[in-house]
Design a protein around this ligand. Sequence first.
Ligand code: AGP
Length: 608
Amino acid sequence: MCGIVGYIGGEQAAPILLDGLAKLEYRGYDSAGIAVYNGEEIRMVKSMGRLKVLNELTHDGATLPGTAGIGHTRWATHGAPSDTNAHPHFNETGSIVVVHNGIIENYQKLKQKLIRRGYEFRSETDTEVVAHLLDYYYKGNPLEAITRMMHQVEGSYAFGIMFQDHPGEIYAVRKDSPLIVGHAEKGSLIASDVPAVLKYTRSVYFIENEEIVRLTQDEMVFYNIDEEEIDKEPVTIEWDVNAAEKGGYEHFMLKEMYEQPKVVRDTFSPRLKNGDVVIEELGMSDEEIREVRKLYIVACGSAYHTGMTCKYVFEGLARIPVEVDLASEFRYRNPILDEHTLVIIVSQSGETADSLAALREVKKRGVRVLGIVNVVGSSIAREADNVMYTWAGPEIAVATTKAYSTQLIAQYLLALKFAKVRGTISDVEFAGMLEDMERLPEQMEMLLSNKERVQRFANRYLAARDVFFIGRGIDYAISMESSLKLKEISYIHSEAYAAGELKHGTISLIEEGTLVAAVLTQEDLFKKTISNMLEVKTRGACVLAVTQVGNTEVEKAADYVIYIPKTNRYFTNSLAIIPLQLFAYYVSIGKGCDVDKPRNLAKSVTVE
Ligand code: AGP
């Protein structure tokens, strides 16, 4: 996730900006830059790579004198990591400069309009649109230009902005991306997050959606989108620097779980337009979509589990046969591929060695590959024929949660698109599913707010030796991911089974007190799974059920039930996984494990 800093005051700005950016490094970034106003002109230095490079280029800020400036660490979304795409971005004359965190969803449309008005673009970013748009609206009043720009842009944003003919002022504004401001003895500061300002002040203002702030050395004035002045109360930050990096959460994993409603919305919202699913980056005509006869979803670990779920979604909605394969197996098994095959490689990092090798194998055979990737400009993103990005932002905890959730959403969208084009879904069902998708973030929030209940249950199982997860259909896929979450961060042995398979051998492992977590989200399979729950319960198992609200029948076979809200049968994974992620998390911290960095694991597996 990008990081923004800004400073205006009596000190040299550049060293303060560089220091602030260093405090935001934990957010992940691929390039960095700063722009400083020296009283005459705004000068900028930006570069791909670590902050070290920027420090060297500016001699730790000494080559950019001036007491007002804005800075940025970029985590690429639109346009690969490069010097040119790095922020800040100028208007054409260099009199307006912008840094941005977020995604401008309608940037293509705005860009075309601006090009028609004669603006020339230097970068591939969505942000540059805003620099030119501000230029277009600027008639001497920064506040007016900013509010007019806000009326035009759709999506999420936090901006830091400077205008050359308004020395002594910095502007900041936000919608759906975080931004704080603080006033210190030395001047005023803006930042994406608290750690960047803690050294100077503990009293900060959280900017709310569509609020604007004008900062000078001595004061901060807040406005709403109607340019009316508003009052705001500062908040005193009690956290230490370590906790501040995690937004006050104890661990990155918990923070990332709590980001899920937002990133899920970020992933579907730009692709839902006027009651339709629009995936421009798919690069396939309707004719080509109709010609696909077979899909392979190829991935590793949790990404593979999203494929296991989405096999049911694609087959159910679009009636296309789907094979889901572990990349490490697929690459060596000489799969049957032809011109009617589409291969989808799913990867958070875009660098997983087995997934990348599988992609290359497919390309060698001249078959089309679509990447579903989180890291822009990563190897899989670059080498796939087309890439559909998940907008999860950087994920720091080794155990994936938010990237997993966005991978599901990307595949739901694809399945819906395919179903619509192939005529295998009715208009009513399609419209209903889009409504259900839009409700998911709110439903996820509701589940996250019940975390204490899950924690109490988890605390009873800190000494568990084995835990089994069972389910049928999509619920089996959810079980696989839940089992992986638990074992990777708590080191408790765990397996997932298709519930009907238990009696073919595994049931002999059940003994008094063994925890079996059953997932029941598919109405037509409730009765079947309840029978399997009874089979283990009568053999002494303690049964936890995660099921849809209303399925009270489950209570006769479960010791403990977690209900999830109703949603479309194909979307249930997005909700059922939340309490099961929380369960794994609380078992892990209850046991004192290093939840963000489990032993023997790496975030990105770049070796075979
Ligand atoms: C899950 O929590 C793991 N971190 C792991 O299984 C991961 O999903 C797998 O290694 C694939 O990584 P990728 O999405 O970056 O390709």
